[in-house]
Design a protein around this ligand. Structure first.
Ligand SMILES: [Zn+2]
Length: 362
């Protein structure tokens, strides 16, 4: 595991007079000092005392063991790593109050802050933004969230297993997914009998397509456009970003530990509220990129947005209200499609009449 470490010195009972050079490593529950000869001492965060030596080094002590470093970033790292108690000590060393929102966010649970670092391999998170943090989170966390949401999200309507419908959606995904930007992303889907003109994707790649979407589309390219947009939400990891933004790292830790029980309402809420305008725009653009590379005419996507704009008055699902307005999106997609004027489109190999007939028989 990549971990945060600083050059420093170690003083313990055996080396009280002549401190040893040591590497100070931040671990989940302790600062660990390791000398060149392999002598190791652990100073737990809990109960650690800080002081500044006359030489200006920051000394961390507990139980007769002292590790110190003069590295200018050491103090900052301690502040973020050791919970509120250490942060307060850092603040008093600096003669200022605790103003770092990270400290509050990581909260009083001492081990938690470091657990984040250990589990998520993001030792430099102290200075990172939400975006940066999300990038350091392994994709398996997206998958865990998606799995959880998939099991817990109330979706009205039975699952449709008609071959002709499943094959149609599978054909679209098979054409688009080779062009995804995130290789580890894999997609599963289900079709749900529901009149909503909608599809959505959960983090980790669970796609839900409503029969209403298939019915409303006049060509398979229109549906492929919506699906490309949804796959882009997955590969650009908008779900995990939104969860981190909404709930902070504690949520991510829970997820990483496999405990999602407290997050049910949050995850569902995040997904129902949409990912925000910027993410929607990004998903449109990334969706078009994938469509173009797959040689699926993105004007189908634009046409679909136009259709949505026409139907905006009719019983629109809530998520659409957070999507940038459909006409503006259609215009943008047309622009992007026009930029790909050299591409020779390859129609999707789907019998759309057969799809419509199968839908009628449901
Ligand atoms: Zn979207």
């Amino acid at each position: 595991m990549e971990s945060l470490s600083f050059p420093g010195r170690l003083r313990d009972r055996d080396h009280a007079e002549a401190p040893l050079d040591a590497t100070l490593t931040f671990e989940a529950e302790a600062l660990v000092a390791t000398t060149a000869s392999g002598h190791v001492q652990r100073i737990p965060w809990l109960g650690m005392r800080l002081r500044r030596s006359d030489a200006g080094a920051i000394e961390c002590s507990s139980g007769g063991i002292t590790a110190s470093s003069v590295d200018p970033d050491f103090l900052r790292a301690l502040e973020a790593a050791g919970g509120n108690d250490l942060a307060n000590q850092v603040a008093s060393l600096e003669g200022e109050s605790v103003a770092n929102p990270w400290v509050g966010r990581l909260g009083c649970t001492l081990a938690l802050g470091l657990l984040v670092l250990a589990l998520l391999k993001m030792p430099a998170c102290f200075t990172r933004t939400t975006e940066g943090i999300a990038e350091e989170i392994p994709y398996s966390v997206d998958e865990a969230i998606g799995e959880f949401a998939s099991d817990n999200m109330p979706v009205k309507g039975g699952v449709v297993s008609e071959d002709v419908l499943r094959e149609a959606v599978q054909t679209m995904i098979d054409r688009i997914s080779p062009h995804r930007s995130l290789e580890e992303a894999e997609f599963q889907f289900r079709i749900v009998e529901n009149e909503l003109v909608n599809a959505f994707a959960l983090p980790g790649g669970h796609v839900v397509v409503f029969t209403g979407l298939l019915e409303a589309a006049e060509t398979p390219e229109e549906v492929a456009g919506v699906i490309a947009h949804e796959l882009a939400h997955v590969t650009r990891r908008h779900g995990i970003r939104q969860v981190v933004k909404a709930a902070g790292l504690t949520a991510v830790i829970s997820v990483t530990l496999g405990d999602l029980s407290g997050l049910e309402s949050l995850v569902v809420e995040v997904l129902q509220n949409g990912y925000g305008r910027d993410a929607e725009t990004e998903a449109d653009e990334e969706g078009v990129r994938m469509l173009v590379e797959a040689r699926i005419d993105p004007r189908g996507m634009a046409r679909f947005f136009e259709r949505l704009a026409e139907e905006q008055e009719i019983d629109m699902p809530e998520w659409l209200s957070t999507h940038p307005d459909s006409l503006r999106r259609a215009t943008r997609v047309h622009e992007l499609a026009a930029a790909a004027c050299d591409v020779e489109w390859e129609p999707l190999d789907i019998d759309w009449d057969a799809v419509q007939a199968a839908l009628e028989e449901l």
